[in-house]
Design a protein around this ligand. Structure first.
Ligand SMILES: Cc1cc2nc3c(=O)[nH]c(=O)nc-3n(C[C@H](O)[C@H](O)[C@H](O)COP(=O)(O)O)c2cc1C
Length: 182
């Protein structure tokens, strides 16, 4: 199963267009999770306490764990998020808080080191940027989580950048990246 995690808010989102090209190249059906429709909440004291208690009991039956199970069971993951403030929009961070559940996506071995539990083989991070793209706080962060904690061995960055620079032709830049994929 391909899981498409869509964190694009604008109706005419260029990041979403680039991600659809990635999905087309991957072929097959995909399940789309629209983060702006899902309205997941950041962990607060109530949900964090509840979650900690359930994890301690080894009880993962609560619906609060459904997003983590869906993430861990995907064969391929495509995340689309525009480059915002050197990073990505807040709903993606909220999503990560919700899916990063010890015992579902990750565990600790006898030496206290993280071991990934995800079945996922590949993760694609798709983004577009108005200026030059620095991956440190977006793709770099997701890549580190995927490889070091979730057990996802291969990650890819797909990007189009410099789209909002005066004098640039954003359509041509975006289409060139799309054509490179297809
Ligand atoms: C709230 C916000 C923050 C942004 N921050 C940055 C930024 O830090 N660096 C940059 O190069 N572009 C930035 N941009 C421009 C977007 O990255 C660019 O327009 C992108 O293509 C938007 O993607 P979309 O078409 O999928 O919405 C920002 C745009 C918005 C709306």
């Amino acid at each position: 199963m391909i899981l498409y995690i869509n964190c694009c808010v604008r109706a005419e989102s260029r990041t979403d267009r680039l991600a659809r090209a990635v999905l087309q190249k991957l072929g097959g059906d995909y399940t789309e999770l629209k983060l702006y429709k899902e309205k997941l909440s950041p962990l607060d004291s109530k949900t964090l306490n509840k979650r900690t208690e359930l994890i301690e009991q080894g009880d993962y039956s609560d619906r609060m764990f459904d997003p983590a199970k869906q993430f861990a069971n995907a064969d391929t993951i495509v995340i689309a998020a525009p480059y915002w403030d050197l990073s990505f929009p807040a709903p993606l961070k909220t999503y990560i808080e919700n899916i990063y559940v010890t015992g579902i996506v990750s565990a600790y071995d006898e030496n206290g080191l993280p071991v990934g539990l995800c079945k996922t083989n590949e993760l694609y991070y798709v983004t577009t940027a108005g200026g030059p793209y620095d991956p440190t706080y977006s793709y770099g962060y997701i890549e580190s989580l995927a490889k070091n904690f979730f057990g996802i061995p291969v990650t890819h960055l797909i990007k189009a950048e410099m789209l909002d620079i005066a004098g640039n032709d954003p359509e041509a830049l975006l289409n060139s990246e799309i054509n490179n994929l297809l």
